[in-house]
Design a protein around this ligand. Sequence first.
Ligand code: SF4
Ligand code: SF4
Length: 277
Amino acid sequence: MDIHRTLCFPDGLKTCFRCCPPIRPVDYDHLLYRSFVERELREHTSALKERPPGVKPITGYSCWGLGYLDPDYRLVGCLLHPARNNGTDLRHLIDYGSKCRTATCREAVHFEALAGRRQSFWHGLCLDLDSFEYSSPRSNPLFHVLLWGPQLLTFIAEKELPEIARDPLIFERYPFLRLPRPGARRYLVERIERKFGLETISSPRFVERFEDYRKTLARFHADPATVPPDAPFTHRLGLDVSFSDFVRLELNYRRITQQRALELRDLIDSDMLKWFS
Ligand code: SF4
Ligand code: SF4
């Protein structure tokens, strides 16, 4: 059967709580403070069992609504969520309720876009992790891999199934997966894969050629100073998300005209033919 999973709660054995609370700094990692956070989670869990909660705004790295969801202290999650309170949403009590309701990460969006069997393939990267390890981008390679986006991850999964992804084997077969800043670069790899196939992006020399190609593109085509200051913001142009991220994050165009964006796309495609044909 094709099981569809969520990245937040993938298999009943662990949960992700990386984004709780939503006001923590982006590089904060619960795993680095494990024993302290474990003690806090136990305190939150028993406090909420003992008395009904009232309004108490949160201010720092910790939320008093975060606790253990199971008696074995394996699953960490929101004790104020409607699923824990007979359908009543208590997340407003921390004063960031609407942010909690709407917050989701790019990795979870990409995971959601994968078909169930492809999710199961990539879930192989974190089979043995507990909730703390799973929630940590330092110890869970799935977070980094997911930023390459559902298109590439689908092609790789289809090629490798019925095996499941394992670290380090999958990175030896597809070394580009370890490259930094996948969100900014996935557009290029997607285009190369579409034009030249999976064999090209998994070949041993691909990473080196790709890096040369990427740096050359940035050197010759990144010229945001020439864009009129009243040009639209890049992310508002309605471009394909991976192309928009590439233009914004890799070529540094915070604003760009539609015409310049389309010119860049054509230039990138014609340069690609020279580099990878
Ligand atoms: S960081 Fe992403 S996967 Fe983790 S709990 Fe938040 S939305 Fe879910
Ligand atoms: S209220 Fe729940 S979802 Fe919001 S930060 Fe606290 S534990 Fe996380």
